[in-house]
Design a protein around this ligand. Structure first.
Ligand code: PGA
Length: 292
């Protein structure tokens, strides 16, 4: 697991967008797992800028979102389908038919959950899954206590999640109590994870996720077991971490080294991006890299 601490939300978002853009350049028909919430909005803005200014091409990209509220239709302004259209899909050249959000209005939700899992598999699996983290350590709507092997299913929202999300609704009573969510097992099958966290209110969850033991009571801790997980935070979300973490992904520093588990050491723009950057703690990191 790699932990990157950026100074600001904008820098965190720019790095996440750069990793996703690299994947799209390398594999134009890649499968992206996307997230909602306030955290990834900056990443989506940065991707829209890359599309508009540099022609980043989403025409062959397929996406699967993590979750959706049960009972909200796609045109409800708090549904996650609406959020994705509004914050990303309406501003890039993706085919809407290639974008998938779980159906919170399905008549047979368990069957729709199974179908969602089948669709992800049929598409070839997720290349990157973008994740936020709840103040309670949830990923997607996998609340504390969720099975670490769970698949897409309905979950009851935790009280803290209902309170956290009430800011998006007119009153707390309007916050749906149930959601369809990819399971932790589903998320862990993605080939790469990027977990983002910003602001002080995520500092406890990030401390537990990065430096605590793996436990279903803090679902995000499972990312410690993923062979290719990157956690990117701003300074505030990292403020309770006890160890020192770098500001750049190690692939940027190890451009002369083979590191098969890390993204795009062969990418020209990654190599270019690494030029002139500080090589803080390079010696120690190179040893770690060589051992893997
Ligand atoms: P937020 O939510 O991005 O709105 O803070 C993250 C989450 O609950 O996963």
């Amino acid at each position: 697991m790699e932990v990157i601490v950026k100074n600001t939300y904008e820098e965190m978002s720019a790095l996440a967008a750069r990793i996703i853009a690299e994947l799209i350049h390398r594999k134009p028909n890649c499968i992206l797992g996307l997230a909602t919430g306030s955290t990834p909005v900056g990443t989506y803005k940065a991707l829209i800028r890359l599309h508009k200014n540099e022609g980043l091409d989403f025409s062959k990209v397929t996406t699967f979102n993590l979750d959706e509220y049960v009972g909200l239709s796609p045109d409800h302004d708090q549904s996650y389908r609406y959020f994705m259209n509004d914050n990303l899909f309406n501003h890039i050249n993706i085919k809407k038919s290639n974008t998938h959000v779980p159906d919170g209005m399905a008549e047979d939700i368990p069957a729709a959950c199974e179908a969602y899992e089948r669709k992800i598999k049929k598409a070839g699996g997720l290349d990157i899954q973008l994740l936020g983290i709840g103040g309670n350590g949830h990923i997607a709507f996998n609340e504390p206590g969720s099975s670490l092997g769970s698949r897409t299913r309905v979950k009851t929202l935790d009280d803290q999640t209902i309170q956290d999300n009430a800011r998006f609704f007119k009153s707390i009573d309007e916050v749906p109590r149930y959601a369809v969510t990819m399971g932790i097992g589903t998320i862990m099958e993605a080939r790469q994870l990027i977990l983002l966290a910003n602001k002080e209110n995520k500092a406890d969850a990030i401390l537990k996720t990065v430096e605590g033991p793996i436990t279903a009571m803090v679902p995000a801790t499972i990312v410690q077991l993923h062979p290719r997980a990157t956690i990117i935070t701003d300074k505030a979300a990292a403020s309770k971490l006890t160890r020192e973490y770098p500001e750049e992904p190690r692939v940027l520093k190890l451009k002369h080294h083979e590191e098969s588990c890390c993204a795009s050491t062969d990418s020209p723009s990654y190599a270019k991006a690494s030029e002139g950057r500080p090589r803080k703690r390079t010696v120690r990191r190179e040893k770690v890299g060589n051992r893997r």
